[in-house]
Design a protein around this ligand. Structure first.
Ligand SMILES: Cc1cc2nc3c(=O)[nH]c(=O)nc-3n(C[C@H](O)[C@H](O)[C@H](O)COP(=O)(O)O)c2cc1C
Length: 202
């Protein structure tokens, strides 16, 4: 059931797993459904479907703040700047995000360059314009499983002027479909999507 009133918040859902129907994708689908039901507009980016080179560290972005590599990142760049909030889902691969997610992050160095070198925003002085949700899962159960990754995501979000609004982190999920054995995780994901959309309403 859609809720009415105000301008619909514009959310970007970024799918970072190589698995189309894996655990993080399933969780993100639930978040997206919650956000839609709460009246948000949601665009989806499925990283595994995009042609995106890693950052080549040539700093072609120094003049304009836009990456000079011509590939699918060009469009994602505009989507990242246009959204009010973003939802990023990546599995834990070797204690960090998936390779496609890391490629996206590194290509956003162009935004870091724009912010700090072109627009001269001093480090540490930024006001959040967006809210970011990070969703992740790992197969193991260690206490520190998500520690490094959350730090990485926090600073990635900062480049996007997004505060790390919330995380959904689940341990002990390995095989495709494992998350379906935890309806409580799916419910939490759905509710979080609703909350994010509500938190972004004017
Ligand atoms: C390349 C690779 C590296 C992984 N590294 C870790 C790891 O460091 N720690 C961990 O707990 N699980 C690790 N896993 C397991 C995944 O996090 C787990 O299978 C997860 O459920 C996959 O999420 P998805 O279904 O959304 O892709 C790894 C899996 C792969 C394929």
């Amino acid at each position: 059931m859609k809720e009415k009133g105000g301008k619909a918040p514009n959310l970007l859902a970024i799918y970072g797993s190589p698995r189309r129907r894996g655990n993080t994708s399933t969780l993100l689908d639930r978040v997206v459904q919650g956000a839609l039901d709460a009246g948000a507009k949601v665009d989806k980016v499925v990283l595994r479907d995009l042609k995106m080179s890693p950052c080549l560290e040539i700093y072609g972005c120094k003049k304009t703040g836009r990456c000079v590599i011509k590939d699918d990142f060009d469009n994602v760049y505009d989507q990242l700047l246009a959204c009010d909030g973003l939802m990023l889902a990546s599995p834990i691969f070797f204690y960090t995000v998936s390779a496609t997610t890391k490629i996206l992050m590194d290509r956003c160095q162009s935004l870091w360059v724009k912010k700090h070198w072109i627009d001269k925003v001093p480090h540490g002085e930024w006001k959040p314009k967006r809210k970011g949700l990070f969703i992740s899962v790992g197969a193991t159960k260690g206490k520190r499983l998500f520690e490094g990754t959350v730090l990485t995501v926090r600073y990635f979000f900062e480049v996007l002027d997004a505060e790390l609004w919330r995380t959904l982190l689940y341990r002990g999920l390995d095989f495709e479909g494992d998350v379906l054995k935890h309806p409580e995780y799916l419910r939490e994901a759905y509710e979080t999507g609703r909350e994010l959309a509500s938190a972004l309403k004017p």
